[in-house]
Ligand binder design. Structure first.
Ligand code: RIB
Ligand code: CA
Length: 308
């Protein structure tokens, strides 16, 4: 079975780190490159985090710097991942430099090599993806689908209405959802179920490798931040859910829906409005993840981490 060609677009971020490990180490995927965007932290920090993660984990995949701020709105960073974007995770200096080519140009270049076979997996704000679609609309001919971590049909997390990745760049998200490409929205309705409870953490620790230790250390730090947020019993691995879906779609339960993004400023700015029953008279333009198969998700992640 041919490997699936993917580009992972990240804003590391503790859960982005696990998404990078999963995408780079699972044999089902051909990770063509890692593109980085401003999101959890500023672009200089998210790029360095991506490079350091790859160095520490022995991942030989090119890293490309992308957009340093949202298309239109003011910049927003997350507090959950700390000042560095990876607080609590001790990684050495990167052994490789970021690529000269801009992330947007890399996405376009890779898409041009493909015919409906490239899968884009953005797990941060959608600024890079939107810019690629704006700069070269014909890339849709090379892209099979976009499987993104972001959005929520229910409660948001950065505001009551909006999920962080979408809230950071609502206009970019709207460009993606209205691109005409097949979009799978792996949002909070599913990813909030991906809590790393102690038995899962102990399975990861039991792998006993340098990479599994990095993940455990990261989850302990990220978990402390989540517990400080309120009634969370552990860290939530949002981003790996999107990668896991590309590897094995049965990991998630999905429903077709029409999805659009609120771009009017105010209480619901950045909300993904999801319509499962054509109430708005608009046909489905996406599928939305509404549940996860916990066993499949964790088995798949641990299998990838064991490929060290
Ligand atoms: O809302 C969760 C998303 O925001 C994840 O991608 C996490 O990394 C943060 O970027
Ligand atoms: Ca992220």
């Amino acid at each position: 079975m041919d490997k699936i060609k993917v580009i992972l677009d990240v804003d590391p971020g503790h859960d982005d780190m696990v998404a990078i490990l999963l995408a780079a180490k699972h044999p089902r995927l051909d990770l063509r490159g890692i593109t980085v965007v401003a999101g959890n932290q500023t672009l200089d920090k998210t790029v360095q985090n991506a490079l350091r993660i790859c160095t520490h984990a022995g991942i030989d995949v090119p890293v490309y710097a992308g957009m340093s701020r949202p298309l239109l709105r003011d910049q927003v960073v997350s507090t959950v991942h700390g000042e560095s974007g990876l607080d609590g995770v001790e990684l050495g200096p990167p052994a490789r430099q970021v690529e000269e080519q801009h992330a947007v140009d890399f996405i376009i270049e890779e898409a041009r090599k493909c015919h409906k076979e490239l899968v884009l997996i953005p797990v941060g704000p959608l600024t890079n993806i939107a810019m690629a679609l704006l700069r070269e609309p014909r890339i849709v001919e090379g892209i099979k689908e976009i499987v993104l971590m972001g959005g929520a049909c229910g409660q948001g997390n950065i505001t009551p209405s909006a999920e962080f990745n979408i809230f950071v760049d609502p206009e970019a998200a709207q460009i993606v959802f209205t691109s005409g490409l097949p979009v799978t929205m792996v949002g909070l309705d599913a990813t909030n179920q991906a809590v790393v409870y102690p038995p899962v953490l102990e399975r990861i620790r039991g792998i006993g490798s340098r990479v599994s230790k990095m993940v455990v250390d990261s989850m302990l730090a990220y978990g402390a931040a989540y517990k400080a947020l309120g009634d969370w019993e552990g860290p939530v691995l949002h981003d790996p859910c999107a990668v896991a879906y590309v590897i094995d779609p049965s990991v998630l339960k999905v429903k077709k829906a029409w999805v659009d993004v609120e771009t009017a400023r105010g209480l619901t700015y950045g909300r993904t409005v999801c319509d499962y029953s054509e109430t708005a008279g608009k046909p489905a333009n996406a599928q939305v993840a509404v549940g996860i198969d916990h066993k499949k998700l964790w088995d798949l992640l641990i299998y990838a981490l064991e490929q060290d």
